[in-house]
Design a binder for this molecule. Structure first.
Ligand SMILES: Cc1cc2nc3c(=O)[nH]c(=O)nc-3n(C[C@H](O)[C@H](O)[C@H](O)COP(=O)(O)O)c2cc1C
Length: 173
Protein backbone atom coordinates (compact mmCIF):
# COMPACT_ATOMS: atom_id res chain seq x y z
CA UNK A 1 0.00 0.00 0.00
CA UNK A 2 1.12 3.55 -0.72
CA UNK A 3 0.96 6.96 0.92
CA UNK A 4 1.93 10.43 -0.24
CA UNK A 5 2.96 13.30 2.02
CA UNK A 6 2.33 16.64 0.29
CA UNK A 7 3.92 19.53 2.14
CA UNK A 8 5.08 23.13 2.03
CA UNK A 9 8.23 24.05 3.95
CA UNK A 10 10.05 27.36 3.65
CA UNK A 11 12.67 26.82 6.36
CA UNK A 12 12.79 23.01 6.63
CA UNK A 13 10.79 22.31 9.80
CA UNK A 14 7.78 20.75 8.07
CA UNK A 15 10.13 18.84 5.78
CA UNK A 16 11.89 17.37 8.81
CA UNK A 17 8.53 16.34 10.30
CA UNK A 18 7.53 14.77 6.98
CA UNK A 19 10.67 12.62 7.06
CA UNK A 20 9.72 11.26 10.49
CA UNK A 21 6.11 10.53 9.47
CA UNK A 22 7.55 8.71 6.47
CA UNK A 23 9.69 6.63 8.86
CA UNK A 24 6.63 5.58 10.88
CA UNK A 25 4.64 4.70 7.77
CA UNK A 26 7.52 2.63 6.42
CA UNK A 27 7.77 0.78 9.74
CA UNK A 28 4.18 -0.34 9.03
CA UNK A 29 5.12 -1.51 5.53
CA UNK A 30 3.67 1.44 3.60
CA UNK A 31 5.59 2.79 0.58
CA UNK A 32 5.84 6.57 0.89
CA UNK A 33 6.32 9.42 -1.58
CA UNK A 34 7.34 12.87 -0.33
CA UNK A 35 6.09 15.67 -2.58
CA UNK A 36 6.58 19.43 -2.35
CA UNK A 37 3.20 21.12 -2.81
CA UNK A 38 4.64 23.38 -5.51
CA UNK A 39 5.66 20.35 -7.59
CA UNK A 40 2.82 17.88 -6.87
CA UNK A 41 0.01 17.26 -9.37
CA UNK A 42 -3.55 16.64 -8.17
CA UNK A 43 -3.93 13.59 -10.42
CA UNK A 44 -0.95 11.99 -8.64
CA UNK A 45 -3.14 11.51 -5.56
CA UNK A 46 -5.22 8.84 -7.32
CA UNK A 47 -2.33 6.38 -6.91
CA UNK A 48 -2.32 6.54 -3.11
CA UNK A 49 -4.15 4.85 -0.24
CA UNK A 50 -3.05 7.53 2.22
CA UNK A 51 -2.81 11.30 1.70
CA UNK A 52 -1.08 13.40 4.37
CA UNK A 53 -0.79 17.19 4.24
CA UNK A 54 1.84 19.26 6.09
CA UNK A 55 1.83 23.06 6.34
CA UNK A 56 3.45 25.91 8.22
CA UNK A 57 0.95 28.30 9.80
CA UNK A 58 0.91 31.39 7.58
CA UNK A 59 -1.17 34.36 8.73
CA UNK A 60 -3.18 31.96 10.88
CA UNK A 61 -3.94 29.43 8.16
CA UNK A 62 -2.65 27.08 5.43
CA UNK A 63 0.52 28.12 3.57
CA UNK A 64 -0.01 29.49 0.05
CA UNK A 65 1.60 26.72 -1.98
CA UNK A 66 -0.27 23.98 -0.16
CA UNK A 67 -3.56 25.89 -0.40
CA UNK A 68 -3.00 26.28 -4.12
CA UNK A 69 -2.35 22.54 -4.45
CA UNK A 70 -5.50 21.76 -2.46
CA UNK A 71 -7.58 23.96 -4.76
CA UNK A 72 -6.11 22.11 -7.75
CA UNK A 73 -7.89 18.94 -6.52
CA UNK A 74 -11.34 20.43 -7.22
CA UNK A 75 -11.72 18.39 -10.43
CA UNK A 76 -11.20 15.22 -8.40
CA UNK A 77 -13.70 16.51 -5.83
CA UNK A 78 -16.31 16.91 -8.60
CA UNK A 79 -16.00 13.16 -9.28
CA UNK A 80 -15.57 12.17 -5.60
CA UNK A 81 -12.48 10.40 -6.92
CA UNK A 82 -10.44 10.46 -3.70
CA UNK A 83 -13.10 9.11 -1.35
CA UNK A 84 -12.29 6.42 1.24
CA UNK A 85 -8.55 7.01 1.32
CA UNK A 86 -6.91 7.67 4.68
CA UNK A 87 -5.93 11.24 5.58
CA UNK A 88 -3.73 12.98 8.11
CA UNK A 89 -2.33 16.44 8.78
CA UNK A 90 0.60 18.09 10.55
CA UNK A 91 1.62 21.71 11.09
CA UNK A 92 4.29 24.01 12.50
CA UNK A 93 3.90 27.55 13.78
CA UNK A 94 5.98 30.26 15.37
CA UNK A 95 3.82 30.38 18.49
CA UNK A 96 1.50 27.90 20.23
CA UNK A 97 -1.59 30.10 20.07
CA UNK A 98 -1.21 31.76 16.70
CA UNK A 99 -3.12 29.49 14.39
CA UNK A 100 -1.89 25.92 14.68
CA UNK A 101 -5.29 24.45 15.56
CA UNK A 102 -7.06 26.64 13.02
CA UNK A 103 -4.63 25.42 10.37
CA UNK A 104 -5.10 21.79 11.42
CA UNK A 105 -8.88 22.23 11.22
CA UNK A 106 -8.64 23.92 7.83
CA UNK A 107 -6.57 21.00 6.54
CA UNK A 108 -8.98 18.49 8.09
CA UNK A 109 -11.87 20.27 6.38
CA UNK A 110 -10.31 19.96 2.95
CA UNK A 111 -9.55 16.25 3.31
CA UNK A 112 -12.98 15.52 4.79
CA UNK A 113 -14.57 17.35 1.89
CA UNK A 114 -12.61 15.13 -0.48
CA UNK A 115 -14.09 12.07 1.27
CA UNK A 116 -11.07 10.85 3.19
CA UNK A 117 -11.22 8.88 6.43
CA UNK A 118 -9.27 11.07 8.86
CA UNK A 119 -6.74 9.95 11.46
CA UNK A 120 -6.10 11.93 14.64
CA UNK A 121 -3.56 11.51 17.44
CA UNK A 122 -4.64 9.43 20.45
CA UNK A 123 -3.74 10.68 23.93
CA UNK A 124 -1.82 7.54 24.93
CA UNK A 125 0.60 7.81 22.01
CA UNK A 126 4.21 8.90 22.76
CA UNK A 127 4.66 12.61 22.08
CA UNK A 128 1.09 13.58 22.95
CA UNK A 129 0.90 16.90 24.80
CA UNK A 130 4.27 18.40 23.85
CA UNK A 131 4.80 17.20 20.29
CA UNK A 132 1.20 16.67 19.21
CA UNK A 133 -2.32 17.62 20.13
CA UNK A 134 -5.34 15.40 19.50
CA UNK A 135 -5.45 16.48 15.85
CA UNK A 136 -1.89 15.50 14.95
CA UNK A 137 1.80 16.40 15.29
CA UNK A 138 2.68 20.06 15.88
CA UNK A 139 5.96 21.97 16.06
CA UNK A 140 6.35 25.28 17.82
CA UNK A 141 9.41 26.65 16.11
CA UNK A 142 9.65 30.13 17.65
CA UNK A 143 9.56 33.45 15.88
CA UNK A 144 13.03 32.97 14.42
CA UNK A 145 12.55 29.24 13.81
CA UNK A 146 15.27 28.17 16.26
CA UNK A 147 13.10 26.26 18.76
CA UNK A 148 12.01 23.19 16.93
CA UNK A 149 10.96 20.65 15.93
CA UNK A 150 11.74 19.24 19.38
CA UNK A 151 12.44 15.58 20.14
CA UNK A 152 8.82 15.33 21.38
CA UNK A 153 7.55 16.53 18.01
CA UNK A 154 9.81 14.17 16.08
CA UNK A 155 8.70 11.26 18.29
CA UNK A 156 5.07 12.24 17.71
CA UNK A 157 5.66 12.29 13.96
CA UNK A 158 7.02 8.73 13.92
CA UNK A 159 4.09 7.55 16.06
CA UNK A 160 1.61 9.36 13.82
CA UNK A 161 3.17 7.70 10.79
CA UNK A 162 2.70 4.31 12.46
CA UNK A 163 -0.94 5.06 13.28
CA UNK A 164 -1.57 6.23 9.72
CA UNK A 165 0.02 3.01 8.46
CA UNK A 166 -2.27 0.97 10.72
CA UNK A 167 -5.31 2.94 9.52
CA UNK A 168 -4.36 2.56 5.85
CA UNK A 169 -4.13 -1.21 6.24
CA UNK A 170 -7.49 -1.33 8.06
CA UNK A 171 -9.37 0.89 5.62
CA UNK A 172 -7.70 -0.14 2.38
CA UNK A 173 -6.58 -3.71 3.13
C1 LIG B 1 4.57 35.09 6.05
C2 LIG B 1 4.60 34.30 7.32
C3 LIG B 1 3.46 34.25 8.10
C4 LIG B 1 3.46 33.54 9.29
N1 LIG B 1 2.33 33.52 10.05
C5 LIG B 1 2.33 32.82 11.21
C6 LIG B 1 1.15 32.78 12.02
O1 LIG B 1 0.11 33.36 11.72
N2 LIG B 1 1.20 32.05 13.16
C7 LIG B 1 2.32 31.38 13.56
O2 LIG B 1 2.30 30.72 14.61
N3 LIG B 1 3.46 31.39 12.80
C8 LIG B 1 3.48 32.10 11.65
N4 LIG B 1 4.61 32.12 10.88
C9 LIG B 1 5.77 31.29 11.26
C10 LIG B 1 5.73 29.99 10.43
O3 LIG B 1 4.68 29.18 10.87
C11 LIG B 1 7.08 29.23 10.54
O4 LIG B 1 8.01 29.97 9.79
C12 LIG B 1 6.94 27.83 9.98
O5 LIG B 1 6.15 27.04 10.87
C13 LIG B 1 8.25 27.17 9.81
O6 LIG B 1 8.03 25.97 9.07
P1 LIG B 1 8.96 25.67 7.82
O7 LIG B 1 10.37 25.69 8.30
O8 LIG B 1 8.58 24.28 7.36
O9 LIG B 1 8.69 26.69 6.77
C14 LIG B 1 4.63 32.84 9.70
C15 LIG B 1 5.77 32.90 8.90
C16 LIG B 1 5.77 33.62 7.73
C17 LIG B 1 7.03 33.67 6.91
Amino acid sequence: MKAIIVYMSEYGHIEQMAGKILQGLEEEGIAVTLAKASEAKAEDLLEYDGIILGSPVRMGSIGDRLKSFIESTSGLWMKAALQNRVGGVFVSGGNPNSGMEMTQMALYGTLLELGLVMTGFVNDMPGYGKGANQWGPIAKVGLDGTEGPTDDTLTACVEYGKRLGWAIKKVRG
